[in-house]
Each structure stands twice: as C-alpha cells, then as structure tokens.
Ligand binder design. Structure first.
Ligand SMILES: [Zn+2]
Length: 58
C-alpha cells in the first residue's frame, strides 16, 4: 500500500519552442527538480532537434 503524501510527481508536457506543438509528455519529480525543464528533442513537424520546454497538461 502506497501512501499518498501530497503530489510530488507531476505530469507535464514538453512543448516545442519553434512550432509550439506539444510533442512529448513526461513526469517531473517536484522534490528533486527545480525550475522549468528544458530538453533538446526531435520535433517531427520541424524535422530537426529543437528546444522543448515544460508546459502544463490541461
Ligand atoms: Zn516543432
């Protein structure tokens, strides 16, 4: 039985900084992650690697 002590893991989306499409979803642990997440990811719409930034889901 897992105890739910608040919400430490948050589901986020990774949004392309060039075309603004949300290409990826990932999880973020708020306990050991501070600030906004940024990753270089492949965007199939731009057909190249672009910077993807953290965004909210819904
Ligand atoms: Zn893109």
């Amino acid at each position: 039985m897992a105890k739910a002590k608040g919400k430490t893991v948050e589901l986020i989306s990774l949004q392309c900084s060039e075309c603004k499409r949300r290409n990826y979803t990932t999880k973020k642990n708020r306990k050991n992650t501070q600030g906004k997440l940024e990753f270089m990811k492949y965007c199939r719409f731009d057909r190249k690697h672009t910077l993807h930034k953290e965004g909210k889901i819904k």
